[in-house]
Design a protein around this ligand. Structure first.
Ligand code: SF4
Ligand code: SF4
Length: 179
């Protein structure tokens, strides 16, 4: 895994370069990914595709069973690495109450018409046709939250907003308080 220059934040088009200066090599892909996400401060349960790989037992995903060779004895952490906004709100769903809280703060894509250049990449790439060609409004009853529109917009016009109006206000207050 080439991590000399990593991407942080809202990849693959709206992310920022993070100079991680790391190269990871392994003959065991799942073990390598397990180490990589640990470097970002994440756990395997937070990445559905890796959780599925663990459940299917197609490799090693327990850190205690993975040995680290090379320049580091322990897994190096990438300080201040910015995770995508959606991952920040997708922590383990262990209880119904927690699910409700997470859903309350859930983010959804929304086109900012002031930034939009009408290239229609989002409209054409939406797998379920949820984005109106003329208004760029998203039909949230149809949207499957794949975030392709958010990731593919070259103009950063598809923003992530809190679905719940009250949650949006609370998140803004919290951001102002801690920034
Ligand atoms: S991809 Fe971005 S710029 Fe293009 S139509 Fe969609 S929101 Fe507008
Ligand atoms: S998140 Fe996915 S499904 Fe929803 S509008 Fe964007 S591209 Fe379409």
């Amino acid at each position: 895994m080439d991590g000399i220059f990593a991407m942080q934040g809202e990849g693959p088009t709206a992310g920022e370069v993070y100079p991680a200066n790391k190269i990871l090599i392994s003959t065991a892909p799942l073990a390598l990914d397990t180490v990589a996400i640990n470097m970002l401060g994440m756990e395997i349960e937070e990445v559905p595709i890796l959780t599925a790989a663990r459940q299917r037992k197609i490799g090693e995903s327990k850190l205690v069973n993975i040995s680290i060779d090379g320049d580091y004895k322990d897994i190096p952490k990438l300080a201040n690495f910015k995770l995508p906004k959606r991952y920040k709100s997708s922590k383990k769903r262990n209880s119904k109450a927690l699910v409700k809280i997470i859903d309350f703060f859930k983010t959804v894509p929304k086109v900012n018409r002031k930034k939009c250049r009408n290239c229609n990449v989002c409209v054409e790439s939406c797998p379920v046709g949820a984005i109106n060609l003329d208004t760029k409004q998203i039909d949230y009853k149809v949207c499957i939250e794949c975030m392709c529109c958010h990731e593919l917009c070259m103009f950063k016009a598809v923003e992530l907003r809190k679905r719940n109006f009250l949650a949006g206000i609370l998140a803004d207050i919290s951001l102002r308080k801690y920034s």
